[in-house]
Design a protein around this ligand. Sequence first.
Ligand code: CO8
Length: 258
Amino acid sequence: MSDYETLLIERHDAVTLVRLNRPQALNALNAQVLTDLIAAFAAYDADPEQRCLVLTGSEKAFAAGADIKEMQPNGFSHNYATNFFAGWEQVTATRKPWIAAVAGFALGGGCELAMMADFILAADTAKFGQPEIKLGVAPGMGGSQRLTRAVGKAKAMEMCLTGRMMGADEAERASLVARIVPAADLIEEALKSAAAIAAMAPLAAIANKEMVNAAFETGLAMGIVFERRLFAGLTATEDKTEGMTAFVEKRPGVWSGR
Ligand code: CO8
């Protein structure tokens, strides 16, 4: 029994596994999915026991896009007045680490949601694409920006202009995904990665995430200042003292999260 209409949630020790669960629509992202994801990610961020999250879909589809049937009646006035899609910024505001584990289709909003993750782990069946142009529109959840930053102008432009899908091998070569695993092992591998992250000092995990993200938001000089300040900040934590003491004493660190 899930608290969410469109999500299934499992806890694996300190890792939260969230499965998109609209099989009848290939996990298309409608308003309910957004409401549920915002709540699930906020609950994860607020729970000190949970240290990493994995978001996945089904074997056939991570998500086949924003829900076309829901968007069909909406025109400019509605979308502009409601700042349609802005709610996804609440998902990207998640401070703690999370991984997208993608099998099958990650198209349109599905590709854009995967790219909001800290990194993507792809099954060998994964297919990424921004086919919005075939609907007479364009990406609306950050795809034109995040895809271009991830894979560069040539591939992003080709994918957005032609709607061509990229398979897992090409996505790994283009640095869209961190790693490819056999489809049958996707969840196990994602949980393993997440457990490794969950075993790290929690404040250091947030800081590492903020630093890497700063590389996308700032120039090099400011990014390095940001990194150095945050690094100096971490040296004031109890977990820095514990981590370095544990190394010297040849034992694993025991983190307090302070
Ligand atoms: N929205 C709503 N329903 C969907 C979606 C979707 N994005 N994708 C699939 N479905 C539904 C189908 O309608 C079908 O439902 P039904 O059985 O009731 O007809 C069911 O899921 C199964 O789909 P198919 O029968 O099509 O399955 P296939 O295996 O034949 O094909 C595909 C799989 C190739 C993934 C195909 O479903 C497809 O092309 N889907 C659409 C992909 C797409 O175009 N995604 C981009 C959507 S737009 C977007 O994400 C951002 C838009 C930004 C616009 C901003 C303007 C406001």
